[in-house]
Design a protein around this ligand. Structure first.
Ligand code: GLA
Length: 588
């Protein structure tokens, strides 16, 4: 059991320094959990840390999922079998560049919902989730012979709010359900962060930073002079946004900051040890005045790369750790081969507008409702209405577009309307869509992509689709047919052979390829513009020609010997119709 004695942590009464690395089970295929954890241990760490994303475990209200990539108990048990301690952050808000910071999108079904404060309807939903989640973790606590030695309350709450009753409620919710391991909060180290986010003096405060440990721990010590100092998130790399350069951080610099921190007697959790992948539609976004969606890869430029291989940073960090702890001599398996399978021809297609009946049941609505109100969480949503004519030169306005709309008039593409077009894509000039409606009227269709809910800060309440209305000039348009398109099951699509000159957008393209042996590989989509890729029905995530990410990671367990299927939902069309499975990543 982890306890504190002044500035020192004790484990079962003996001094311990927490040397921890973060890896998120939900960003790694389960077949690779053990491999990543073994590499963590071999580097010299004694602890693994993970968040727990509520939206993965309660995808619909009252429906729970703890299977496959969501099998948290199995992940913790594997860590325990390897002799690692485990820190769990079931916050229930996690930030983490994860969709809506891990909050379920269905919370936004009710307009009046308040987040991350002691608003009773919000607390009730947390209670219902904790009633299912926490009993699974109780047998895995140190105090019951398991590997979990500490748990976090909320996440960087001081950067968001100052409702102490809410923090106390969360603490109580954990304690009442049998969580009796060390509890802590984690925050930035400004005064307002430490005042708003902590439950001092009862609950250990930890801080998050990437550099200047003396300044950071100096500030923490002003608030908490008598407890161990912990950097709960040592940001040794960083994540990427679409349309912005790929982040890297120098290993030498990381090693130096680590050395300083350890010399000060601190405990540390590397954020991240291994980042992994935002599979499916689970990437988050940032918006502090400008909406910026996070890319599919969560490589993070850390000790293991996205496909789990050791980087220079791994060795640089291990050499510092070995100054402070005995690093066990563990022989690691040789790196997994990465395969170049070559080109895959996408020979069949299904046009979206011809396939609606197999993907969705239409809903008729006076106003264009956001997707959450229609029971949809992720993916795309299509709004269609008839406009009487004639009307000439009327400017189309979507109030508000969340996040990116493709506009069609009588099935003919008119252009794109993006949230903050000018910031994210300075090259897009067709943001003003001016329509001419003929005498006989026309059908207006607006296909909107949810590019990921905001996971950090005051803009987090981020319903998707159209939040208010659509106007031609100043006139709102009413009476809509809405198709929700979560695209989580493409099984009913009917494909036909692509004829050479045939083109429709958006389109599902399908191709098959044969392999003898399943290996890790990377899907490169040269010439493709923007969309979503599926391998054997598994949503690999989004691609976008603007980068920085140019390839999608395909872990071997998603492939099978013999025939495999690749489907691309391409929004803008391509002349190319060939994808490549290559042996290396290109992240920008
Ligand atoms: C904060 C959050 C983390 C993550 C990092 C940035 O520290 O607590 O969840 O979002 O920022 O990667």
């Amino acid at each position: 059991m982890l306890t504190m004695d002044g500035r020192q942590f004790l484990f079962n009464g003996k001094p311990i320094r927490i040397l921890s690395g973060a890896l998120h089970y939900y960003r790694i295929v389960p077949a690779y959990w053990q491999d990543r954890l073994l590499k963590l241990k071999a580097c010299g760490f004694n602890t693994v840390e993970t968040y727990v994303p509520w939206n993965l475990h309660e995808p619909e209200e009252g429906q729970f999922n703890f299977e496959g990539i969501a099998d948290l108990e199995r992940f913790i048990k594997i860590a325990g079998e390897l002799g690692l301690h485990v820190i769990v952050r079931p916050s229930p808000y996690i930030c983490a560049e994860w969709e809506f910071g891990g909050l379920p999108a269905w919370l936004l079904k009710e307009d009046s919902m308040r987040l991350r404060c002691s608003y009773q309807p919000f607390l009730n939903k947390i209670d219902a989730y904790y009633d299912v989640l926490l009993p699974k973790l109780v047998p895995l606590l140190n105090t019951n012979g398991g590997p979990i030695m500490a748990m976090q309350i909320e996440n960087e709450y001081g950067s968001y709010g100052n409702d102490k009753n809410y923090l106390k409620y969360l603490k109580q919710a954990m304690v009442e359900r049998g969580i009796d391991v060390l509890l802590f909060t984690s925050d930035g180290y400004t005064d307002s962060n430490l005042q708003g986010g902590t439950l001092l003096p009862e609950v250990l405060a930890t801080i998050n930073f990437g550099s200047r440990p003396d300044e950071a721990f100096g500030k923490l010590t002003e608030y908490q002079p008598d407890k161990p100092i912990v950097c709960m998130e040592f940001w040794n790399g960083w994540f990427d946004h679409w349309g912005k350069p790929h982040h890297v951080r120098d290993s030498k610099d990381v090693a130096e900051v680590l050395d300083n921190m350890l010399a000060m007697g601190a405990s540390v959790n590397f954020y991240m040890f291994h980042g992994g992948t935002n599979f499916g539609f689970y990437n988050g976004a940032n918006d502090l005045g400008k909406y910026e969606p996070t890319v599919t890869s969560y490589d993070y430029d850390v000790l293991l790369n996205e496909s789990g291989d050791l980087t220079d940073k791994y060795w640089a960090v291990q050499s510092v750790l070995s100054k402070y702890t005995e690093v066990e001599d563990i022989v690691l398996p040789s790196p997994r081969p990465k395969k170049h399978y070559g080109e895959v021809s996408l020979t069949e297609h299904a046009c979206l507008f011809d396939s609606l009946a197999s993907l969705s049941t239409p809903i008729h609505s006076v106003c264009p409702e956001p997707m959450e109100r229609l029971g949809q969480n992720y993916g795309f949503i299509l709004y269609t209405t008839s406009i009487p004519g004639p009307i000439s030169q009327a400017k189309l306005a979507i109030q508000q577009v969340r996040d990116r709309a493709l506009v069609f008039l009588d099935g003919v593409y008119q252009g794109v309307i993006e949230r903050n077009t000018h910031d994210i894509r300075p090259d897009v000039t067709d943001n003003d869509i001016v329509l001419d409606i003929p005498q006989e009227g026309a059908t207006l269709s607006i296909l909107i992509e949810n590019q990921g809910r905001i996971n950090y800060g005051y803009g987090m309440k981020d319903p998707k689709g159209i939040t208010e209305g659509v106007r031609l000039g100043t006139q709102f348009l009413y009476h809509w047919t809405i198709h929700t398109l979560p695209l989580d099951d493409l099984g009913a699509l009917k494909y036909t052979d692509v004829q050479s000159q045939e083109r429709c957008t958006p389109t599902f393209y399908r191709g098959t390829f044969q392999i003898d042996e399943a290996s890790d590989t990377f899907l490169k989509l040269s010439g493709w513009k923007k969309g979503v890729a599926y391998i054997n029905g598994f949503n690999l995530g989004r691609y976008w020609e603007i980068g920085p990410q140019q390839t999608l990671y395909v872990p071997a367990p998603l492939l099978r010997e013999g025939e495999n299927e690749l489907v691309l939902f391409e929004l803008h069309g391509t002349e190319n119709r060939v994808a490549t499975l290559q042996d290396h990543a290109e992240l920008g």
